[in-house]
Design a protein. Structure first.
Length: 267
């Protein structure tokens, strides 16, 4: 019994330490964010931010779009197979439009970015840690949080909401293609129904989630890189941990935000 309690206590302390480290890193990054801003910050930092925006956003756009299109088709087909029995096939439009703007668009984008960029952050920083490049930066009076993390975080804050919007558009477009081929619904009429289904609150909800997901992905990936200990094999473990932990925290955050918005609307 004592051993079980010790294990539970040890794991609890480890998780609390991890959450505390994330919060400390977040505040340190926010203080250093000014150097990564364009024009007012250090020109080398915001150029690094621009490069990170291309790597996080532009390079991920094809994969995010393809995931959204496939998911939009699947959601429309599954919804139509059930709603057709009740003669309510037109509700497929509401299902796809609201489902993507509130939930699926930001969530699919976060999972894709976590697999691509979160693992890349951990591998890059972990390699720098193993090769003692981080110590070299400190010797040259360059803070790693300002030099490495701030540009990545700012780029993620900008690109992840943009990718979520692109994911929403691709998913809704896929639903429109399904409705056209299954019911011959005109595209213009479909998009009119989509605009009637979506309210501004749904779009704002998705964007708020995207900002939170970007924060989780960037900071979990970088923290796993900073925590690398040992040789090159630890870099692989940190990369795996970055993807697993960021994906898990994204889903937990999505559940929390959905519950908050649900209770707010309900009240």
């Amino acid at each position: 019994m004592a051993t079980v309690l010790e294990n539970v206590g040890t794991k609890t302390i480890e998780h609390l330490d991890y959450v505390g480290s994330l919060n400390i890193q977040l505040w340190a990054t926010l203080r250093a964010m000014g150097s990564a801003l364009p024009f007012v910050g250090n020109r080398y930092r915001w150029r690094a931010t621009a490069r990170q925006m291309f790597q996080i956003g532009v390079d991920a756009l094809p994969m995010v779009s393809l995931m959204a299109i496939c998911t939009g088709f699947i959601l429309a087909m599954q919804g139509a197979s059930e709603l057709r029995r009740f003669g309510a096939l037109h509700y497929v439009i509401d299902l796809v439009a609201v489902g993507f703007t509130r939930e699926l668009g930001p969530l699919l984008t976060a999972i894709a970015v976590s697999g691509r960029s979160g693992s890349s952050f951990a591998a890059e920083i972990g390699t720098m840690k193993v090769t003692e490049e981080l110590d070299s930066l400190r010797v040259m009076a360059l803070e790693p949080v300002e030099f490495i993390l701030a540009p990545k975080y700012l780029a993620a804050l900008i690109t992840v909401p943009c990718l979520s919007i692109a994911s929403n558009l691709c998913g809704i477009l896929a639903g429109g293609l399904f409705m056209f081929f299954s019911t011959r619904l005109a595209p213009l009429l479909y998009f009119r129904y989509v605009l009637d289904s979506i309210v501004l609150r749904d779009v704002i909800t998705g964007l708020i989630k995207s900002v939170a997901f970007a924060t989780i992905i960037a900071h979990v990936g970088c923290l796993e890189g900073f925590r690398v200990r040992g040789g090159p094999d630890s870099v692989g473990r940190s990369t795996t941990n970055a993807v697993v932990k960021s994906t898990f925290l994204v889903i937990v955050a999505d559940a929390v935000f959905t519950a908050i918005f649900y209770l707010t609307v309900k009240s």
